[in-house]
Design a protein around this ligand. Structure first.
Ligand SMILES: Cc1cc2nc3c(=O)[nH]c(=O)nc-3n(C[C@H](O)[C@H](O)[C@H](O)COP(=O)(O)OP(=O)(O)OC[C@H]3O[C@@H](n4cnc5c(N)ncnc54)[C@H](O)[C@@H]3O)c2cc1C
Length: 299
């Protein structure tokens, strides 16, 4: 028979209170947001903290705000469902909107958060590739200070992120998307729809006044030890007219830059192939959205 779980649950009502608790209990404490990743780990014994610090009642961490410069700041306790349905996310960040619309199940999206999705450290996290291409940063606080980390530097390896004990993610800041941009995300799970992705591809393409690519960003998840960009594929596109043969070449290059493994979800060969297929579709969608002025550029 398994031993009953034993920990104290703290429900602070203010961020300062949460940070004091994390400071006091140090490595014996864990933050809990929606609990959709954490609770299964407690049940199967992979984690056994003595204290859980819940963000559920910290109202100042819940919600999405636009700053004066047009950035969107997503509070760490904002549910995936609320991110998905926010009008500015739908309009300006279609890749993130799509990720939050298709991942997991309705029940999980009603509980889980973007911050929890990232802090869990999974290379398969669906929000990671969109946030990579949007150049998002994480605002991290501890009792006596705070710092900012680009999403691209946050993941250290499978299950490992750049967070020390006593720290928590306060918000995810997504800078304004350049005018003339289009963005998109696709993911595939090879076993069933309700499963972690076997591969995910996000893209953002910005066109200049002549219809050439001013900047391209491609983000991959689930096909390398951490979510990653594709610098070679991106530079193939930069300065060029984005016709179909070029997009296909860039998608092939992105597949070459992936470092997939065989695991229970898919083989490395399958993953590399679907990265090519999805990157081609994602880039095509990005260019179409950028050309139509419907791709998320901040007005
Ligand atoms: C059935 C099922 C299907 C799923 N499908 C998907 C899927 O398709 N795609 C996908 O990406 N994920 C999926 N998940 C995983 C999970 O739902 C998501 O990762 C979710 O976004 C986690 O958010 P949460 O708020 O529940 O995190 P929690 O479970 O509360 O926390 C996860 C981790 O992050 C830490 N943490 C949480 N918030 C903070 C913070 N603000 N600061 C510091 N640390 C923090 C916690 O201490 C913990 O280590 C699925 C889970 C289940 C159970």
């Amino acid at each position: 028979m398994t031993a009953p779980l034993s920990f104290d649950v703290h429900r602070p009502r203010a961020l300062t209170e949460a940070l004091d608790l994390l400071d006091e209990y140090g490595a014996t404490a864990r933050v809990i947001a929606g609990g959709t990743d954490l609770l299964p780990k407690l049940r199967n014994g992979r984690l056994s903290p003595e204290h859980l610090v819940s963000l559920g009642r910290v109202g100042e961490l819940d919600g999405i705000e636009e700053t004066g410069d047009g950035a969107l700041v997503i509070g760490a306790a904002t549910r995936l469902f609320d991110v998905q349905r926010h009008p500015l996310v739908r309009k300006r960040l279609p890749a993130l909107h799509h990720a939050c619309s298709v991942m997991a199940t309705v029940q999980i999206r009603n509980m889980g958060t973007v911050a929890g999705n990232l802090a869990n450290g999974s290379p398969c996290a669906d929000t990671s590739a969109p946030l990579l291409v949007y150049g998002a940063t994480l605002e991290v606080a501890r009792r006596d200070g705070h710092r900012e980390i680009p999403v691209g530097a946050f993941h250290k390896g499978p299950g490992s992120v750049d967070l020390a004990s006593g720290e928590l993610i306060v918000a995810i800041r997504v800078p304004p998307v350049p005018a003339g941009s289009g963005s998109a995300y696709q993911r595939i799970s090879a076993r069933s729809r309700v499963d972690m992705a076997a591969a995910g591809v996000a893209g953002l393409v910005t066109l200049d006044g002549d219809g050439r690519v001013a900047e391209a960003r491609i983000g991959l998840s689930a096909v390398s030890p951490t979510p990653t960009r594709c610098p070679e594929a991106e530079s193939l596109l930069t300065g060029q007219v984005p016709d179909a043969p070029l997009l296909e070449r860039a998608a092939r290059e992105a597949a070459e830059e992936a470092k997939p493994i065989d695991d229970v979800r898919a083989t490395a060969a399958y993953r590399r192939h679907v990265v090519f297929v999805m990157a081609n579709r994602v880039l095509t969608t990005c260019v179409a959205r950028a050309s139509a002025g419907a791709g998320g550029g901040t007005p």
